[in-house]
Write a protein that binds this ligand. Structure first.
Ligand code: CA
Length: 512
């Protein structure tokens, strides 16, 4: 790699009038870049430079699309950021019409397998976990106590079980339980318990007097599987010790069954990979997200399922996504989820411009439009086969839009409820984010991050910006890494380090 400054500048599309500085230390004022353009400012890594003289009112083009409007004259070589550009209005939902694109069909790929845990309902786990769900926050102290006791005293006797995970949440009582908005947290709790990694051995701890009845959290066919509910107010428990013994008995019954599960060869079509970004920078849309998008296409070509989410990060690019809807029905559902979220934000007197964080901006993302265009890239190029509302389970293989907020743990929690068995997370600024229910493969968008966080990042997409590796090579690397991690052959950084975030419910309803 020569130190020619032109090698440290990327144009995302030929029509772009800004370039992105890729040098890890940025480029300094006075540097000559391409076309004899001389930098007018020091420009940090990931930030934009004007490649032509722009007048106030001119469109700023990145990815070949308008990401902003110059609010002052900007001479070529200048730093373009949130100070000198304004955000364009999001596409109006009522004017949107579904005009299907005809993406070039991608050839199926065959023969890719992993070692997973097959469940009798057809789903496949990538881990073997005893899950303990709860109906109300009142029991959280007890479930934390029990989780630690099971891990310490029982797990060593059941070597085929990877872990025990208690799902505590703030829901269940003091809430209006039968409102439309209440459906979201309730079905989320219910469907998380059905995540493939719990092997249908669902155990629920309830209090007894709460509004959310634990029975509502059982699957429809609860009688036919090993689901069980323990109430702390059960009158047969005399004191704390008896309560603990009762729960430990139930746990042991489930552990015995889980311990008989073994990894068997599964087709790559059994993968359900949830994608999301967190702590993004301007490189995310150049490196990490295109690499994830390439791998997403490979998974779909192998017959598998890919979930992408984060409504506020696709809302401004909805006009680009809509033509990829497989049917009119899917297109309508996509628009409906955008509309629901617009209304939700309006009720809270917010709009989605609230999405970009100070870290995003320091990383070079000026506004939500620029962030959205970079975010959409991770969905790859295939048709959107279905749209799943928050807390619902997936119904279809292929690429699914799972509507969620963009907050990392809320999105991850809803993707778990949808049925994800593998998570891919792209970050530019860096976050120690991890989930205990499924492996989280963390991709850095720039090598500066992966060098600094060498033991927290699983795959570095930074070489794409420097031209030393391309999206296709790293996309295949990610695909193979997904298969190895799904097989338990390789462990992700957060599993090695035991770094796990809490699962966080999305509750758009009122507390009472
Ligand atoms: Ca996120």
């Amino acid at each position: 790699m020569s130190e020619n400054p032109a090698n440290f500048l990327i144009k995302c599309a030929p029509s772009d009038n800004v370039g992105i500085v890729t040098h890890p230390f940025g480029l300094t004022k006075g540097t000559t870049i391409i076309n004899e353009i001389i930098l007018q400012h020091d420009i940090p890594m990931g930030h934009k430079v004007a490649l032509e003289d722009l007048l106030a009112g001119d469109s700023i083009l990145r990815y070949g699309h308008k990401i902003g409007i110059a609010n002052t004259d900007i001479s070529k070589g200048s730093w373009v950021n949130e100070e000198n550009i304004d955000r364009p209005n999001p596409p109006s939902l009522k004017d949107l019409q579904w005009k299907p694109s005809s993406p070039k069909p991608l050839n199926p790929i065959k023969g890719y397998t992993f070692q997973g845990f097959k469940n009798n309902n057809g789903s496949v786990g990538t881990k073997n976990i005893l899950g303990i769900s709860t109906s109300v926050q009142c029991v959280a102290g007890m479930t934390k106590y029990i989780e630690a006791k099971i891990r310490r005293e029982l797990l060593p006797h059941y070597p085929n079980v990877d872990d025990v995970v208690a799902f505590n949440h703030s829901y269940g009582c003091g809430v209006a339980i039968n409102t439309p908005a209440a459906m979201i947290p309730i079905r989320t709790i219910k469907h998380i318990a059905q995540n493939p990694n719990f092997g249908n051995e669902i155990m629920i701890i309830g209090l007894g007097c709460e509004k959310l009845r634990p029975e509502r959290l059982l699957p429809e066919n609860a009688k036919d599987n090993g689901s069980s509910v323990v109430y702390l107010q059960d009158e047969s428990f005399k004191g704390f010790g008896a309560m603990v013994a009762g729960i430990m008995d139930t746990a042991e019954r489930h552990l015995k069954k889980l311990n008989t599960r073994e990894r068997v060869t599964c087709e790559a079509s059994d993968l359900v990979v949830g994608l999301q970004c967190g702590g993004s920078d301007a490189f995310s849309g150049l490196t990490g997200n295109p690499v994830a998008g390439y791998a997403a296409d490979l998974i779909v070509r192998a017959g598998g399922t890919v979930l992408f989410s984060e409504v506020t990060e696709v809302r401004d690019g909805i006009d680009l996504l809509l033509p990829r809807a497989a049917t009119q029905q899917v297109a309508n559902a996509l628009i409906e989820e955008m509309r629901w979220y617009d209304d939700y934000l309006t009720r809270g007197q917010a709009d989605h411009s609230a999405n970009t964080t100070p870290g995003n901006k320091r990383g070079g993302l000026s506004n939500i439009v620029e962030k959205a265009l970079g975010s959409i890239v991770k969905s790859g190029t295939t048709s959107i086969m279905d749209v799943v509302s928050p807390g619902e389970k997936i119904r279809t293989k292929g690429l699914n839009f799972v509507a969620t907020p963009a907050g990392d743990f809320v999105c991850g929690t809803l993707q778990l409820a949808a049925g994800m068995n593998m998570h891919v997370f792209i970050t530019g600024r860096g976050t120690p984010y991890g989930l205990n229910v499924v492996p989280v493969i963390k991709i850095s968008s720039n090598s500066k991050l992966s060098d600094r966080w060498f033991d927290l990042i699983d795959l570095d997409a930074g070489p794409v910006a420097l031209g030393t590796k391309n999206v296709e090579e790293l996309g295949w690397d990610l695909f193979h890494l997904i298969l190895d991690v799904a097989s338990g052959k390789k462990k992700v950084a957060t599993d090695l380090l035991g770094l796990y975030n809490d699962l966080v419910l999305f509750n758009p309803g009122p507390l009472t």
